[in-house]
Design a protein around this ligand. Structure first.
Ligand SMILES: [Zn+2]
Ligand SMILES: [Zn+2]
Ligand SMILES: [Zn+2]
Length: 466
């Protein structure tokens, strides 16, 4: 015969004799934002939480943190994290972005695509002039300026990656690179192929090993690179590369093409960025002041021998802002920079060693605008809108965003009306069961140590099973 366990309720008295004293703490704003970022990173559905639920998660994860819901709301608001739910609070800078018409663009466009002026703040976009069927390769292009990331640049300096394309080096026997003439005889730089060396060899020599100081001071160029690494400042290195390519460009078209791309001052742009202590893709420009930018500009200008090649402070901030608005995988493109955003885009980009191919994701009809997604489309709507507002200065009101926001609002109001009854309801039920002497199944973990009383913690009481 199986005897049913007897259940009684006893007061908890299992505190350690010398408890470690843990004092309540008041966390800093940054600690709270870090917590939120981490929460959203680990669980993207948490992006849909309202303030009350975020507060609950915070108290669960950090029971000793003293943070009121009011303070949490304020932090969310000040850092623009509420703005993506309530666009009326939003700091946007789309109205401060401007661009010009691009020389050479119409010649570069494929025959079934043209550039058209647009209303609503966007200056222009690319449109299909004829139907394009799903899967079609619409165009391909090489970058106007290909830029290595600082991470790859580090490997290049060690001779582990191609100095031009950043690609892995083919496995050659010792000394084979030298025999093929694929190495630089003045530094560790190696190229993966004759093609890469031809494309880059002369520029590399001018920037890194110039003795004549006709255009670039190579010593300062190498110092600038060290400074970029030290500050983890990818944008500065990128605009240094762009600036030097423009100065070395014999056709003279690269400068006007670059200057026609969408621009906004970087100090205007970073105002929209959330101040967390991680997830910054570019040093931590959001917390920088004009002094760091001024220092960067000084290092950059020191590279260029001629006064007229140097940038003014305002120009420098525009260069930085323009780079961030237009870069794709850290490089700059002619056609791609003219394509506007949609969270459900009709164009998909594939890239290989900097060259990109644009394919139709679905059938595109005549006169439809071509769009790509500037952010990961699998992110939740709040996350996407935050990234777009920070990175590109606008609140996305595309059909996908509108639909997802509506769905979220519906879910939130449902959970509001359900939550109260379900939590307290559960509690009353178990209490009633116990008081009424009713029998019920109780899951007792099997791995509880022998000799110890089996118990299940429930609020301040313990349900003991003997
Ligand atoms: Zn290469
Ligand atoms: Zn070299
Ligand atoms: Zn959208």
């Amino acid at each position: 015969m199986i005897t049913q366990p007897r259940i009684e309720i006893i007061e908890i008295n299992d505190k350690p004799e010398n408890p470690i004293l843990e004092e309540p703490v008041v966390p800093s704003d940054t600690e709270i934002i870090d917590f939120l970022m981490q929460l959203w990173k680990l669980d993207s559905s948490a992006e849909d939480y309202g303030v009350a639920r975020l507060h609950q998660s915070l108290k669960t994860d950090h029971p000793l943190w003293v943070v009121s819901e009011k303070r949490l709301r304020k932090i969310l608001k000040v850092n623009g994290l509420l703005q993506d739910i309530n666009p009326e609070y939003a700091y946007t800078y789309i109205d401060q972005i401007s661009s010009g018409s691009t020389p050479g663009l119409s010649e570069a466009l494929p025959e079934n695509v043209e550039e058209r002026e647009m209303a609503e703040g966007k200056s222009s976009g690319l449109f299909a002039t004829a139907g394009i069927s799903e899967g079609t390769l619409i165009w391909q292009e090489s970058p106007l300026v290909f830029i290595l990331t600082l991470d790859i640049l580090k490997l290049v300096k060690l001779g582990d990656r191609c100095a031009h394309c950043g690609g892995a080096l083919p496995n050659r026997k010792d000394g084979a690179n030298v025999k093929l003439g694929l190495d630089c005889n003045k530094c560790e730089a190696v190229w993966c192929s004759i093609k890469c060396k031809e494309a880059d060899g002369a520029i590399h020599a001018t920037l890194s090993h110039s003795t004549s100081k006709r255009l670039v001071n190579s010593t300062k160029w190498l110092e600038l690179q060290d400074f970029c690494h030290e500050k983890d400042w990818n944008g500065l290195f990128a605009i240094a590369v762009i600036r030097s390519r423009i100065l070395l460009d014999k056709t003279g078209i690269l400068g006007p093409q670059w200057l026609s791309q969408a621009k906004v001052r970087q100090d205007v742009r970073v105002k929209s960025q959330v101040r967390s202590s991680f997830e910054t893709s570019d040093g931590d420009e959001s917390s920088w002041d004009s002094q760091v930018w001024a220092e960067g500009l000084e290092k950059l200008n020191a590279c260029f021998v001629h006064e007229e090649d140097r940038l003014e402070y305002a120009e420098f901030l525009e260069y930085l802002g323009r780079f961030h608005l237009n870069e794709y995988e850290n490089s700059i493109y002619l056609l791609l920079s003219r394509v506007n955003h949609d969270c459900a885009p009709n164009v998909r980009i594939e890239s290989e060693k900097g060259a990109i191919r644009a394919y139709a994701i679905r059938d595109i009809v005549k006169d439809e605008e071509l769009t790509v997604s500037y952010v990961n489309p699998s992110h939740g709507v709040i996350h996407r809108r935050r990234e777009l507002r920070e990175g590109y200065g606008f609140i996305c009101n595309c059909a996908k965003c509108e639909a997802e926001l509506k769905l979220q609002e519906r879910r939130r109001s449902n959970s509001r009306s359900n939550s109260r009854s379900s939590v307290s309801g559960q509690r009353v039920k178990i209490k009633d069961l116990l008081e009424g002497g009713q029998e019920f199944e109780l899951g007792v973990p099997e791995d509880v140590g022998k000799g110890r009383r089996k118990s299940v913690r429930f609020d301040e009481k313990v349900i003991a099973v003997s």
